[in-house]
Design a binder for this molecule. Structure first.
Ligand SMILES: O=P(O)(O)OC[C@H]1O[C@H](O[C@H]2O[C@H](CO)[C@@H](O)[C@H](O)[C@H]2O)[C@H](O)[C@@H](O)[C@@H]1O
Length: 253
């Protein structure tokens, strides 16, 4: 469990960074379509690509299409849809695992539920997300529905994030995504650092730590991450220091 310690200073060029998006690089907002990359995060990402020689990836519950739109004009290595869609720096896709499950019936049931309660339903590759940020009274029923659907079949998994509950395909997660990237030459000799703010990042924290790196949790809540900071801004400040270990930029030179 995380003991709340702030991570020690590190040198960015020695790490491979795996960064969650919502709540880590983009502030949380009511409408998922209105989320925008934090401007400081955007400029730090550009420096991170250069200093790590490309050893980074955005690891998100969002689809690749959504991630590209949010990160434009940057085109980064991505793990989208909670690890189902993996794209390398050269634009090539990792071979997707054999996870055959027809989500149509699940979608129809969740659509009817969402419609009756005026909830936002988001369909992504291998996942269907029910959002209740603007209707918190529907949280318990939404979680119960997703748990019930996922319990019907071993191919399905329930994932409860920040005011969102998702039915996803079982067998893939942010941890498996991180492990796949760490087999690539650009990442292999680097120390993996996974940063995220949500329950859905826990598999990534565990994978980074089992490979000799660490997890960094943003905000409160139980976590297996070794380190923690209170806010996204605290994380960005720490990241800026890792990108400038000599402190030359902050001295105004
Ligand atoms: O893994 P992440 O990059 O953190 O993606 C997790 C989910 O993010 C989005 O939902 C979350 O952010 C929204 C915008 O701030 C917010 O309205 C919502 O309540 C959050 O749960 C995205 O819409 C989901 O598809 C992702 O799974």
């Amino acid at each position: 469990m995380s003991d709340g310690q702030v991570p020690p200073p590190i040198v960015a060029s020695e790490a491979a960074f795996f960064l969650d998006l919502d709540g880590t690089l983009a502030p949380i907002v009511d409408d998922p379509a209105a989320a925008r990359l934090d401007p400081t995060a955007a400029s730090l990402l550009e420096r991170l690509i250069a200093q790590t020689s490309g050893a980074l990836a955005i690891v998100s519950g969002r689809s690749l299409t959504q991630l590209d739109a949010l990160l434009a004009p940057l085109r980064l290595p991505l793990a989208g849809s909670h690890g189902l869609e993996l794209r390398r720096a050269d634009g090539g896709l990792f071979e997707a695992p054999e996870l055959d499950y027809d989500m149509e019936e699940v979608f129809a049931q969740m659509r009817d539920f969402a419609h009756a309660r005026d909830l936002l339903l988001e369909r992504k590759p291998g996942a269907i997300a029910l959002h209740y940020r603007t209707a918190p009274a529907a949280a318990d029923a939404s979680m119960a529905l997703v748990d019930e659907i996922a319990s019907r079949d071993d191919n399905l998994r329930a994932l409860h994030g920040k005011m969102v509950s998702e039915v996803t395909l079982a067998g893939i997660d942010k941890g498996s995504a991180l492990r796949s990237f760490m087999t690539l030459p650009a990442y292999r000799d680097q120390r993996p650092v996974m940063v995220g703010d949500d329950v859905t990042d826990e598999d990534g924290f565990a994978a980074a730590q089992s490979l000799g790196g660490f997890g960094l949790k943003i905000g409160p809540g139980p976590s297996c991450a070794q380190y923690r900071v209170a806010t996204m801004e605290d994380f960005l400040t720490w990241l800026a220091a890792a990108l400038d270990p000599a402190g030359s930029l902050s001295e105004g030179s």
